[in-house]
Ligand binder design. Sequence first.
Ligand code: GLC
Ligand code: CA
Length: 553
Amino acid sequence: MSTDFRKSTVYQIYPKSFCDTNGDGLGDLRGVIEKLDYIKELGADYIWLTPFFVSPQNDNGYDVEDYYQIDPRYGTMEDVEELIAKAAERGIGLMFDMVFNHVSTRHQWFRRAMEGDPYYKEFFFFRRGRAKGQPPTNWESKFGGSAWEYVEKFDEYYLHLFDVTQADLNWDNENVRREVQKIVRFWMDKGVKGFRFDVVNLISKAAFEDDENGDGRRFYTDGPNIHRYLKELHDATFGTDDGIVTVGEMSSTSIENCYRYAGRKTGELSMVFSFHHLKVDFMGNEKWVLVPADFQKLKSIVFQWQTGMAKHDAWNAVFWCNHDQPRVVSRFGSEGGYWKESAKMLATIVHCLRGTPYVYQGEELGMTNADFTEISQFRDVESLNHYQILQDKGLSASDALRIVQIHSRDNGRTPMQWDASRYAGFTAEDGAEPWIGVNGNHDRINAAAQLTDPDSVFHYYRRLIALRKELDVISCGDIEPLAEHHPCIFAYRRTYEGHELLVAANFYGRSCQWKDAPDLIGFKRIIGNYREENRPEDGLWTFGPYETSVWYR
Ligand code: GLC
Ligand code: CA
């Protein structure tokens, strides 16, 4: 394991969809233990596990009822301890997912609050409405509808930026912050090597006011005390151990705030996830629309974050996929004839950037979006809410379904495709139906087939992950954007102590040319998705569909 996070790659597991060992149709922690050698072979240094704590599972575990106990559907505390130990034997560290912006309304803190206990009521935001039947502000929940829920017996509302069963915690209350620190220390003592902090830039609320021209996010995103709270958490918990890596999930954040969140010397977090580059197929902040991806915008956002964070000595997490995103090969690549080329091309772009790459389960196989054709096949609360909201706005059921098919988070949540058997090896063939449908293409796209094929997407990811460890220019180099305004080419140069790396990719499924391409004298190709080496001739570089290559000198 590389303890230097610049040389490391993180593999993200959504345990519910990863591997089911007891045939109940839900993935479990023993399933993760069973697949550790697979992750080792890929070469990942860390596993980020999404939440498996006790939870009613209204948001698949992001609604935590008890941070100290394992949801029996996933396994036991012994399983977690065994997982940490067996991963460590293989040089892999575990990163746990800490959801501290909110808790499940079944958490004992919220139950006590609902009983009227004033100590626990202060853990949340209970507020009077503006008038009878009118919530305190016009803020919208990120999953649709008002962000406030009325509680009759108090004649007050509580705040929930997500589902109504996810009540926001009041971080301005020092007792809340102390409880959070206790939880982090508890898991550090168990040997956890890192943490991912869920929507952590939303924890400091500025003011409860109406948002005249928005959904309220400007009042709680990167709020007034956010840096103070993160620094305090750092100092009281993980900051005392250099071996711990942290990543904050930053919702609708600004780059200026991220210079501090992830600054090398600011004492907050190791790195950040930001999402602006994944909104290039939205309309502004509106995700539930059909808009083609804006490639120029994608490049300019990626480059702005790459160069900006470097200039301020801050660190990015780099990624295309996670459990909240559609599959990247369906989104920006191709499910058709150039499926494999496009999956490798997209991998190349991310894995040669400055930052720590995250691979989301199945991405390394080129898994595609779900093939669902009916709304009853979807499971995600956000998708189901918006399916309804779209129809309330006047869309037909089939148009609403089309939008959900493209943007649903369930696209990333179909079971991991291990082999070609009935349930893709996710669960036993005679086991229960998986909790969410298996993609029909698992007969073609699966781990068993790719492990034995040296030309597979899996082995391509493996080589990219290894290259980051071998070449300091990838892990530590500066970055310079190239061909910034080219309509098809995504390219950049990395430099470090006299070493140079040139990365070039055709983002599209048709051939294209790059005029004034850099000369590659003295460079050798170190990886690419086409068999033949292809160099520029007299400054003219011709690319096949989705062709990419990486050059080193
Ligand atoms: C994050 C998680 C997402 C969850 C939300 C609320 O965005 O990644 O899955 O629904 O936070 O906890
Ligand atoms: Ca199970």
